[in-house]
Every structure is written in structure tokens, then in C-alpha cells.
Design a protein around this ligand. Sequence first.
Ligand SMILES: [Zn+2]
Length: 204
Amino acid sequence: MAKLHFKYGVMGSAKSLDLIRANYNYREKGMDTIVLKPDKDSRDGKDECIIKARVDGVSVKGSFIPSEIDEYEEFIKKLRERLKKENISAIFIDEAQFLSKRQVEDMYAIVYELDVPVLCYGLKNNFRSELFEGSKRLLELADDLQEIIGICHCGRKAKQNVRIVNGSIQYTGDEVVMGGVDEKSPIHYIAVCNNCYFKGNIKL
Ligand SMILES: [Zn+2]
């Protein structure tokens, strides 16, 4: 019986690396998989969908899940047709926090109607310490939840993502502002524990 999985963690907790490793395990055994990512994550451009780990050269090619509604309807129809025809052993989704509520529900339907496991990887909280839309629905629906642990600069378990803009902590603003974990970037994110988040104790 297939399951809907949600493996969540903070920024920089090697979620994509875990996805790439799990996908490799399937493919090495000759099983076919599908790797997807919401097109809201356009850090590496919209032309090609690449899931990258923060380890040099470790990446896997995938396909974007369109956010535009007509494109999405076509995408989900084709995906369902493909799953009925081909023997796909698993679907992997990176940056699953960017899925809409409806997109999570469609993946849930795929799990139970077509018996294909869907493994979602993503952040739980945004930089305001609130759930992303996709993460909220995944926490409500997933059969299997797993936290991928990240570590705060103080040594505790990291729970929150802090947005740093030009050296200052930002507490308000749009939910989606692209930036990685590269400290040299003007906008970047740091994962911290609840204690450091509450006290604004950020090591810059
Ligand atoms: Zn801390």
C-alpha cells in the first residue's frame, strides 16, 4: 500500500541530498521514478528543473509543477495518464512547501487511487515561523512524517528559518523571497533553534 510521505527540515538540513540519495536507491535497482519541483522555486532558472544538493556535482534532473492553473491542469492530467501506463515506483517532490493546497490533495489522490508512493521534501515553517500552505496540507494528510534534523549555531536542534537581508533579520515581508543559505548573498536564510529565534540571537 503506497503512502504519502512528508520529510521536512529547516534551510540547509540537506533535504535535497536526502531526496537525491533515495531516488538513486530506486533507480539503481532498475525502478523508474519521477522527480518534480514546484515552479515557484526558480532559483536556478525556469528552463530546466534541476534538484541540487549543497555537495558539488550532486544533482538530479526533474520536471516543474506549473503554478499557472491551465498549465497545471494539463500537467496533472498527463501525469495521471503516465502513471496508469508506466510502472513508476515513486514520485519525489522537492521544495514541497511551495505546493498549493490543491496540489497536495492531487498527490494524495494519486497515492490512494493509483497506488504510487509520493515522497515530499520541504520546509515546514516560513521565515515568520508560520506553516507554508503546502506544508500545512502535507502535515494534515501525510501518512508518514519525518523530520530531517538541522543544527543551530548554538548546538541545539534548528527549528526556524531566519531571513537575513543585507545583514539584518527581517521579521515581515513576502513569504516567498528567493535566497539560499550562502552567507555572501544579500538575501539569505539561517536555520536556528527556537531559543535563538525568540531572542534574535543570530550569528552573522
Ligand atoms: Zn540556537
